[in-house]
Design a protein around this ligand. Structure first.
Ligand code: URA
Length: 182
């Protein structure tokens, strides 16, 4: 599968009922040859309208961390577990995640990142460990096959709780440190 085939299969996907309410599918943004891949939860309202991930308030905050850690958009590829917006931004249902995982697997195969960073609990539970505890285990490296993986707080959680921002900066700086070595 190549990138345009991936985009076509996501654009035409009807594997779950979110296809009935989406305005756009949201595949990803950034450099498809990046060594660092961020995986969030699901598109929100702005993402659904624009067809791009992390373009709303949470995305603007994520951009600030990337700038602060001297990570450029050329260094990263950003996507989500779900490619369609859940109504009213509710949490993804397990069956929606199940239906969407094939798209993410294809995406990882195409991008072949060295480092995968989960943005928040939902992505970490799906990609690192079903019992993942974000408060206890953010910022730790996990080896998963060919990948180094970490979970950090979701930027939306940082908007709700600014006390977490110091930890986020530390974790992002650790990601930058490893990125320089891979
Ligand atoms: N939150 C996410 O998890 N993903 C987005 O693309 C936007 C907000």
């Amino acid at each position: 599968m190549n990138f345009s085939e991936l985009e076509k299969s996501i654009g035409e996907c009807q594997k779950c009922s979110l296809c009935q309410t989406r305005k756009h599918t949201v595949v990803g943004k950034g450099n498809p040859a990046a060594k660092l891949m961020f995986v969030g939860e699901a598109p929100g309202e702005q993402e659904d309208l624009q067809g791009l991930p992390f373009v709303g308030a949470a995305g603007k905050l994520l951009d600030q961390y990337l700038i602060a850690c001297d990570i450029s958009m050329e260094d990263v590829y950003i996507c989500n577990i779900l490619k369609c917006r859940p109504p009213h931004n509710r949490d993804p249902l397990p069956e929606e995640e199940d239906a969407c995982m094939e798209h993410l697997r294809n995406q990882v195969r195409l991008i072949r990142p060295k480092i995968i960073v989960c943005l928040g609990r939902i992505a970490a539970k799906r990609m690192i460990d079903a019992d993942f505890r974000i408060t206890a285990n953010h910022g730790r490296w996990y080896n998963k096959g060919a990948f180094r993986m970490m979970a950090v707080y979701h930027p939306s959680a940082l908007l709700r709780d600014p006390a977490k921002r110091e930890d986020m900066l530390r974790d992002m700086m650790e990601i930058k440190r490893l990125l320089e070595t891979v």
